[in-house]
Design a binder for this molecule. Structure first.
Ligand code: SAH
Length: 254
């Protein structure tokens, strides 16, 4: 997939793209990330990319014209390389909250153009004309869209075939089946009084799988009950899961 990022701070991306399990995917261009410095598309000696807001008030607004020139350059480069145009995604607190489901569909797509906002945000006319989708990282305000862009890139890259060492690894992750992940343990077996749950040492795969599933159900119903409701609505809970949850509910009433 090819991902183009329009940003005022391309240097923030380099260090992140050269570490960890995702590095190989970037180096081999399995996930081809192209960074575009917005300022290169600004006019004049001062290379202005922002100006004061009409109507007054604090902060600065990102200007339409440099953004349109940058976007045109990105689009031309994608055409030249044979990549599909792809949607333009803008990161904004007003966007739809990012979910693993959205990450999964993005990971299977041929990529996109990502726009990282700064200052108070982007002139609304640019958003109206060009943006296909707005994505939020959550109900808080960051100083720029670079962390959301890196977040989407990272989450989608680890889903690419061969990126995680163990294929099954991301299938076990939180949200992959709509539930939170189960706890994990490694050596040593006993840490003072804290022993590893016996079942994990039993070698009995079906028991281990059941225990993990029940841990997922218990943790999710405790911390994120709305995810249980969603998993139920999506038909992801079987009769054994429901029986376990019923047991949990009656236990907590005791
Ligand atoms: N005035 C804006 C905040 C601007 S913050 C507001 O109140 O909504 C500057 C930039 O950071 C935004 O343009 C956006 O690209 C990015 N940003 C900030 N918080 C974000 C969030 N929760 N999710 C996604 N992007 C965010």
């Amino acid at each position: 997939m090819r991902i183009d990022v329009i940003t005022l701070f391309p240097e923030l991306f380099g260090p992140f793209l050269t570490v960890g399990v995702t590095r190989r995917a970037f180096e081999s261009r399995q996930v081809d990330v192209q960074l575009w410095q917005l300022r290169d598309h600004a006019d004049g000696t001062y290379r202005r990319v922002d100006d004061r807001p009409f109507g007054g008030g604090p902060g600065m607004v990102m200007l339409v014209e440099p953004l349109e020139r940058a976007l045109a350059a990105v689009r031309a480069s994608r055409v030249e390389s044979g990549a599909p145009a792809g949607p333009l995604i803008y990161f904004s607190p007003a966007g739809a909250p990012l979910t693993q489901e959205r990450v999964r569909s993005f990971a299977q797509s041929p990529g996109a153009v990502l726009l990282c906002g700064r200052y108070e945000g982007v002139d609304q006319r640019f958003l109206d004309r060009h943006v296909d989708e707005e994505i939020s990282l959550g109900d808080f305000v960051l100083s720029g869209g670079e962390l959301p862009a890196l977040t989407l890139i990272d989450a989608a890259t680890r889903l690419q075939p061969g990126v995680l060492n163990d294929h099954a690894s991301h299938e076990q992750d939180s949200f992959s089946d709509g539930l939170l992940d189960c706890p994990h343990y490694s050596r040593p077996e006993a840490l003072g009084d804290d022993a590893v749950p016996q079942v994990l040492l039993s070698g009995h795969h079906a028991h281990i799988a059941r225990w993990r599933r029940e841990q997922q159900l218990a943790l999710t119903s405790l911390r994120r009950p709305e995810l249980i409701a969603a998993a139920r609505a999506a038909g992801r809970l079987n009769a054994r899961d429901e029986a376990f949850l019923l047991g949990l509910a009656s236990e907590s009433k005791l």
